[in-house]
Design a protein around this ligand. Structure first.
Ligand SMILES: Cc1cc2nc3c(=O)[nH]c(=O)nc-3n(C[C@H](O)[C@H](O)[C@H](O)COP(=O)(O)OP(=O)(O)OC[C@H]3O[C@@H](n4cnc5c(N)ncnc54)[C@H](O)[C@@H]3O)c2cc1C
Length: 310
């Protein structure tokens, strides 16, 4: 992994940088490339604009590692309200995606599960779909465990799996076999070589192998929904060609991308009839998330530098 990536991922954990960096106007200007705004309404406006282009949305309020239980409850209330508000927007497809540590997982696992269950029940009632993000490798067991418990009660549940982890090949079969949707990503955190492929080329190769497994006959049984969360155009084209070769129709699998990244490719995919959603993040706790976006692409640093002078 590059030095730049490691530095940005370390910065994402820095409380000092979070408190001071987020106040600088040029940083706030730069982050707006990846976020339509800090409020739920900003997100809704962006989701509506996507919908006109035939692109669906996923919404996430930024935040993680919440240790104050009152705050975790407020987060859960925010999502419950958000799910209701989306349900009242005619013709808008916009699915919630949440981080378990945002619901107080670090403090009280059962309490976090209680919030998660409430969100799943509301999502189910609204005919919507609930996504669960994947955080650092230490959270994978608990995230999969709580996801399985949730899926035993509710049909439309999906979880993110990370191709950089050695364990994902095994996790994938267990998750899809239970009718749980999978959003496959490369992985955004700083992980040790004991658990994750250190070389990007190995992560990319593993992503493709996992993607092929997700499109294999019978893999999507019981509602397991194959979703590829990536902006890697070569990989996307390879997955599409593979799907055609194994007779999986474009409507049977999806691509998810992040708001503001590969915009031209997003429009091209939607135009080509691929099923596509864009994940729209909002909220004021954007610093660690933004550092992970910088880590993914050093060229973004020039973008920040340029916004200094705008
Ligand atoms: C919908 C969605 C949900 C996600 N959820 C999670 C999650 O729950 N847990 C998790 O660990 N990770 C998550 N991620 C992040 C993911 O793990 C990767 O860090 C991220 O998607 C970058 O990898 P890539 O597949 O786009 O490939 P890369 O090889 O990193 O990038 C491919 C190309 O895409 C473009 N690109 C990629 N990132 C950026 C960027 N930040 N800015 C500008 N251009 C860029 C560049 O042109 C780059 O060459 C999610 C990603 C998406 C799209």
């Amino acid at each position: 992994m590059g030095v730049g990536r490691t530095l940005f991922l370390k910065a994402s954990d820095s409380k000092w940088l979070r408190e001071h960096g987020t106040k600088a106007p040029f940083v706030r200007r730069a982050v707006s490339k990846f976020m339509p705004g800090e409020s739920f309404d900003d997100m809704l406006v962006a989701a509506r604009a996507m919908s006109v282009e035939g692109i669906g949305a996923v919404f996430t309020r930024l935040g993680e590692n919440v240790t104050d239980l009152a705050e975790a409850e407020a987060v859960a209330r925010h999502y419950l309200e958000g799910i209701d508000r989306v349900a009242h927007q005619a013709g808008l497809s916009c699915e919630p995606s949440i981080k378990l540590t945002q619901l107080g997982l670090d403090v009280d696992r059962e309490l976090a599960f209680g919030h998660l269950r409430a969100l799943a029940a509301r999502t189910h009632q609204a005919g919507n779909y609930l996504w669960i993000d994947m955080e650092q490798s230490g959270y994978v067991d608990v995230t999969l465990d709580l996801t399985r418990r949730l899926r035993a009660e509710f049909p439309r549940i999906g979880v993110c799996l990370q191709a950089y982890l050695f364990r994902t090949r095994e996790d994938l079969a267990g998750v899809m076999g239970r009718g749980i949707g999978v959003r496959l990503v490369k992985g955004a955190y700083n992980e040790p070589a004991t658990v994750a492929f250190p070389k990007k080329s190995d992560v990319d190769a593993n992503y493709l192998a996992l993607a092929q497994a997700m499109l294999a006959p019978g893999a999507g049984i019981g509602g397991a929904r194959p979703v590829f969360g990536t902006h890697d155009i070569t990989l996307i084209d390879t997955i599409r060609r593979h799907a055609t070769a194994v007779n999986v129709a474009p409507a049977e699998y999806e691509f998810h991308m992040l708001y503001g990244i590969q915009r031209a490719a997003q429009l091209r995919l939607a135009h080509d009839g691929a099923a596509l959603r864009v994940l729209i993040a909002y909220g004021d706790y954007w610093f660690p998330w933004y550092m992970r976006r910088l880590a993914e692409r050093p060229a973004n640093v020039w973008f920040v530098a340029r916004s200094l002078f705008r």
